[in-house]
Design a protein around this ligand. Structure first.
Ligand code: GDP
Ligand code: MG
Ligand code: ZN
Ligand code: ZN
Length: 369
C-alpha cells in the first residue's frame, strides 16, 4: 500500500491516469473519436466520426472504465480522496450532507465547493433538501452496494491571484464500509485509493452509553440496531475490511490517516459539560487547522470512552491503526437529537467541518496554526 500523493486517479475505477489515458466521445451519439494531429496542435476536441452526426467529441472518458471524467478534473492542483466507513446507521450520509452544506455556506469559509458531475449534484441536492428544507434525515442507502463516488471541486480563495484560483478535487466514497461484510472489488479499490479513512462511530451503539440515553432519543437517533457489545468487534471488522481492501497482512498496523468521528454527540451532550468539543469550532475563523483545539477534542473523546468502560473499543483502534495517524473528533450533524421519527427541527450542525479541515491540512491545502 502506498500513498499516491501526486498521482491523478480516475475517480470511478481509481486507475492512475496519465495524459494519454483518456478517450474522447461524442455527447450526441456516444461514438469514440481519436484526435487528429491538427486537433492536438490546436488543443481542440475531435469531430465525431459517425456519418451524419456532426457532433464534437468533447466528453472525456477514462480509458480503463469508460466513465466520464469531469471536464476540469485533470486541471485540479491536488486530489483529495476519502472513504466514509462505518456500519449502517452510524450517521455517514447525514454527516456528509451537512458537512458539504457547511463547506458551501459557512460564513468566513475560504473555499467555494461545487459538484463536478451531475450525479454528485443530484445526490447532494436530494439529501440537502431533505435535511434543510423538509427537516428530515437524509434517506438510508441500500447496504452492500458499491456507492458511486461523489466528486467535488474546491476553489481556494486564500491562494487566489488576479489571474488564477487554485482548485482541488475531492472524491468521497460514502458507505464504502457498510456492514463490513462482503468486500466487493469496487469497494476495496475505493478504500485502497483513499488517502484518508473517516471511521464514523455512533456513540449510541456503545453499550456503556446507550444505557444512559432516554429511549425516545435513542429510537429517533438510530435506524439500525446492532447487537450489544459490537463496538470493538466493529472496529476489528472494519480493520479487517480495510486490510483486505488494501491487501495488507493480518497483524500489520494500518498506515493511513484515520479520522475517528463520533457522530450524534448531541445525544450525549450533558456528559461532556463545557468540554472543548461542545464549544463551537475555531478552525474557519482562525483560517487554519487549530491543532491545540483538535488535540483537546481528541483527548476528551478518548477520556470519555475510557470513563464509559469502552477501553475495548480504544484497544481495537490502537491495535489496528498506527497511533500517530489517528485523530478523534466529535460532531453532530443536526445539532440536537431529532424531535420525533424523521423530524429534525432547525438544523445547526456542530463541528462537522473539523475532520475535513484536518484532512486538508494533511494535504497542505490548509495551514496548521
Ligand atoms: N441525534 C442524532 N441523530 C443522528 C445524527 N445524524 C444522524 N442521526 C440519526 O442516525 C440515523 C442514521 O443516519 P445515516 O446518516 O442514514 O447513517 P448511515 O447509514 O451511516 O449513512 C438517522 O436516521 C438519524 O436519525 C445526529 O447528528 N444526531
Ligand atoms: Mg448512508
Ligand atoms: Zn476509470
Ligand atoms: Zn456523434
Amino acid at each position: 500500500m502506498g500513498f499516491r500523493e501526486s498521482h491523478v486517479l480516475c475517480p470511478s475505477c481509481l486507475h492512475e491516469l496519465r495524459s494519454g489515458d483518456m478517450v474522447m466521445a461524442c455527447p450526441i451519439c456516444g461514438t469514440h473519436a481519436e484526435p487528429t494531429a491538427m486537433d492536438l496542435l490546436r488543443h481542440r476536441p475531435p469531430r465525431c466520426g459517425k456519418k451524419g452526426c456532426g457532433g464534437i467529441a468533447s466528453v472525456r472518458l477514462c480509458r480503463f472504465c469508460k466513465s466520464p471524467l469531469p471536464a476540469d478534473f485533470l486541471g485540479c492542483g491536488r486530489h483529495l480522496r476519502f472513504s466514509l466507513l462505518g456500519v449502517t446507521g452510524a450517521g455517514k450520509t447525514n454527516f456528509l450532507t451537512t458537512m458539504l452544506h457547511e463547506l458551501r455556506s459557512a460564513a468566513g469559509s475560504p473555499w467555494v465547493a461545487s459538484p463536478m458531475d451531475s450525479q454528485t449534484a443530484d445526490l447532494f441536492r436530494e439529501n440537502d433538501r431533505a435535511v434543510y428544507e423538509r427537516g428530515e434525515p437524509a434517506a438510508a442507502s441500500p447496504a452492500g452496494v458499491a456507492p458511486p463516488p461523489q466528486i467535488w471541486r474546491i476553489r481556494d480563495r486564500t491562494m487566489m491571484t488576479s489571474s488564477f484560483i487554485p482548485s482541488y478535487s475531492m472524491t468521497i466514497f460514502d458507505g464504502a464500509g457498510e456492514d463490513c461484510e462482503r468486500i466487493n472489488p469496487a469497494i476495496s479499490r475505493y478504500i485502497d485509493g483513499s488517502k484518508a479513512l473517516v471511521i464514523l462511530i455512533d456513540p449510541l451503539s456503545l453499550p456503556g452509553v446507550a444505557r444512559t440515553i432516554s429511549s425516545d432519543v435513542l429510537s429517533w437517533s438510530t435506524t439500525a440496531s446492532h447487537g450489544a457489545d459490537v463496538s470493538a468487534d466493529m472496529v476489528d471488522g472494519l480493520a479487517n475490511y480495510v486490510r483486505q481492501g488494501c491487501g495488507l497482512v493480518p497483524g500489520k498496523l494500518i498506515n493511513r490517516d484515520v479520522a475517528v468521528v463520533f457522530t450524534k454527540i448531541d445525544a450525549v451532550r450533558e456528559s461532556f459539560g463545557t468540554a472543548t468539543v461542545m464549544q463551537s469550532s475555531p478552525h474557519l475563523a482562525a483560517g487554519g487547522f487549530v491543532k491545540a483545539d483538535a488535540d483537546a477534542v481528541d483527548a476528551e473523546i478518548r477520556d470519555w470512552l475510557e470513563s464509559r468502560g469502552e477501553s475495548a473499543f480504544l484497544n481495537a483502534i490502537e491495535t489496528n491503526f498506527r497511533a500517530d495517524k489517528i485523530r478523534f473528533f466529535g460532531v453532530s450533524s443536526f445539532g440536537h437529537p431529532p424531535t420525533g421519527s424523521s423530524r429534525l427541527g432547525r438544523v445547526v450542525p456542530h463541528r462537522v467541518l473539523d475532520p475535513l479541515v484536518w484532512m486538508l491540512s494533511k494535504e497542505h491545502i490548509v495551514r496548521t496554526v
